[in-house]
Ligand binder design. Structure first.
Ligand code: FAD
Ligand SMILES: C=Cc1c2[nH]c(c1C)Cc1[nH]c(c(CCC(=O)O)c1C)Cc1[nH]c(c(C)c1CCC(=O)O)Cc1[nH]c(c(C)c1C=C)C2
Length: 470
């Protein structure tokens, strides 16, 4: 059986890894549209040794998907190249928001729940207790902002949840579905009338899964998040070597321009070349896949097109030694109406010498077009980043090194209705018996762990259907 994987980002590479693992006899090829692998993961190493991460920089070790990534990391022999941020370090404990003209640390311990810490006007516990008296409302889906506002109050929606949504999907919490981050809590309210009642009833129903060897180590050593000493791109690069050394051909500059899919038939148009595998795993964004199937499958195309992506401007900067408050970085609540989503203190997360401070400013997201138009110049983006580093942190120095990148359509938005569209997409593929399996960040989670897990599920489902045909 021949399987083509569309896209050579982390999920496409991982799909090849898991296909090989499940069935060594498959004929697999990866078709990548650009001239490099890794997709949004790119660790640019400067001549002075500093790494500018353009996309992701940390991975969570926890949860089923987090542990799955750790297993993969271990299988690839990358254990010794990990660099963790431990729970006791400032970069793990101190996440800040910039609000009302100041940087504020968010409470990071149980005790912190009982103190009034600005920008909140009362102790966090008081907002949480509001859930007990808030009336419940039966809804199919709603925005995470509305849900938190209803159950906990507007302060929490504005100063905690809205910036958090910026720091995960660069999105607007008034559009993002509650199921994106709070599925369990929302289900408790819908089923039991309040979150606290749901928590009490399910106190002993905590799902446990057995941890991998590296998962046990991460837990024992209290890793908060981790990366790799040579940057996060180490992960896709190592998967690439792994799959290449096992004979998987990787075709770069092979952009698919059209797809024909019918039962037992796949035709992939790559410029003026046609490829016809028996099955296709698509790891590209739903937005891009929507364009490729529009002529033949307009209904599927509309469903896929509902899941749209936003653009983020990433400005990496290296200074001399700036005396910073230690922490992971800060997020800016959209209510503040600044053009900045957040700033990461890279050199605090992963130190790179006493005389160097590395920061990354992220801008745009759901507001990119409104703020910067279609095609802002590098200079405009750099000067905006510098202006707001001065406003928020008082940084007046000019950077010694910098890099401006515009990541077009890089993060999918799980807006209200997302889960329903994903169900419909799967139903359409099944009902029309299309030889197509989906993975990547558009459907079941936007983080590194999620996309690796989605690729594992995709590969296993392909292998299962092959076995069923035998
Ligand atoms: C700024 C930013 C910060 C992030 N930070 C974190 C973080 O700290 N932690 C975390 O867990 N996650 C983070 N993420 C998310 C993480 O980067 C993604 O989950 C992951 O990289 C997605 O990988 P992917 O392979 O699914 O998609 P992509 O990286 O988009 O890969 C898709 C590939 O398909 C190719 N392609 C597209 N169209 C075609 C076509 N028509 N034909 C052929 N090939 C095509 C593309 O060139 C690309 O190589 C961040 C993302 C961004 C953008
Ligand atoms: C300001 C923009 C963004 C920052 N990071 C991202 C964007 C769009 C993207 C992103 N960050 C994380 C993930 C993975 C989530 C997951 O499911 O694992 C993604 C896609 C990790 C993350 N970053 C922050 C939080 C709270 C999380 C999730 C949990 C965790 O890893 O601990 C905080 C944060 N992100 C950014 C900043 C400036 C920031 C702040 C303090 C940048």
């Amino acid at each position: 059986m021949s399987v083509a994987i569309l896209g050579g980002g982390l999920s496409g590479l991982s799909a090849a890894y898991y296909l090989l693992k499940s069935n060594g006899k498959l004929s697999i090829r990866i078709l990548e549209g650009s001239s490099r692998l890794g997709g949004w993961i790119r660790s640019n190493k400067l001549d002075n040794g500093v790494i500018f991460e353009e996309g992701p920089r940390t991975i969570r070790p926890r949860g089923l998907a987090g542990d799955n990534t750790l297993s993969l990391v271990q299988d690839l022999g990358l254990e010794d190249r990990i660099t963790p941020i431990y729970a006791h370090q400032p970069a793990a404990k101190n996440r800040m928001v910039y609000a009302k003209g100041k940087l504020h640390s968010l409470p990071s311990s149980f005790g912190g729940l009982f103190k009034t810490t600005p920008p909140f006007s009362k102790p966090l516990i008081m907002y949480l207790l509001n859930d007990i008296i808030a009336s419940s409302k039966r809804v199919e889906d709603e925005s995470i902002y509305d849900f938190v506002n209803r159950r906990f109050g507007q302060d929490l929606a504005d100063y905690l949840i809205s910036p958090l949504i910026c720091g995960i999907c660069a999105g607007d919490s008034k559009e993002i579905s509650v199921n994106f981050l709070m599925k369990g809590l929302f289900e408790y309210e819908q089923k039991y009338g309040s979150i606290y009642k749901g928590l009490v009833r399910n106190l002993f129903n905590v799902e446990k899964h057995e941890l991998s060897e590296l998962g046990v180590k991460a837990k024992r050593e209290k890793w908060s998040v981790y990366s790799f000493k040579t940057g996060l791109e180490t992960l896709p690069k190592t998967i690439e070597s792994h799959v290449r050394s096992r004979g998987v051909p990787i075709e770069l500059n092979s952009k698919c321009t059209k797809l024909q899919l019918s039962p037992n038939n796949v035709q992939i148009q790559l410029g003026n070349k046609m490829v016809a595998p028996e099955h296709l795993i698509s790891s590209i964004s739903s937005q891009e896949l929507s364009r490729l199937v529009r002529d033949q499958h307009p209904v599927l195309s509309d469903l896929l097109g509902n899941i749209r992506n936003v653009t983020v401007a990433v400005i990496n900067l290296q200074f001399g030694n700036l005396r910073l408050r230690e922490g992971f970085g800060f997020l800016v609540p959209p209510k503040e109406r600044l053009p900045v989503l957040g700033v990461i203190f890279d050199s605090c997360c992963f130190p790179c010498g006493d005389d160097r401070t590395v920061l990354t400013v992220m801008m745009g997201g759901a507001w990119f077009g409104r703020l910067f138009g279609d095609d802002p110049g590098e200079e405009e983006l750099l000067s905006t980043a510098q202006k707001y580093l001065k406003v928020t942190m008082g940084v007046e120095e000019a950077p010694r090194e910098w890099k401006v990148s515009v990541l077009r359509d890089c993060i999918p938005q799980y807006t209200v209705g997302h889960d329903g569209w994903v169900r419909e997409i799967y139903r359409y593929i099944e009902a029309n018996r299309l030889p197509l399996t989906l993975c990547g960040s558009s459907y079941h989670g936007v983080g590194v762990n999620d996309v690796i897990y989605s690729s594992r599920n995709a590969a296993e489902s392909v292998c299962k259907s092959i076995n069923a045909m035998k």
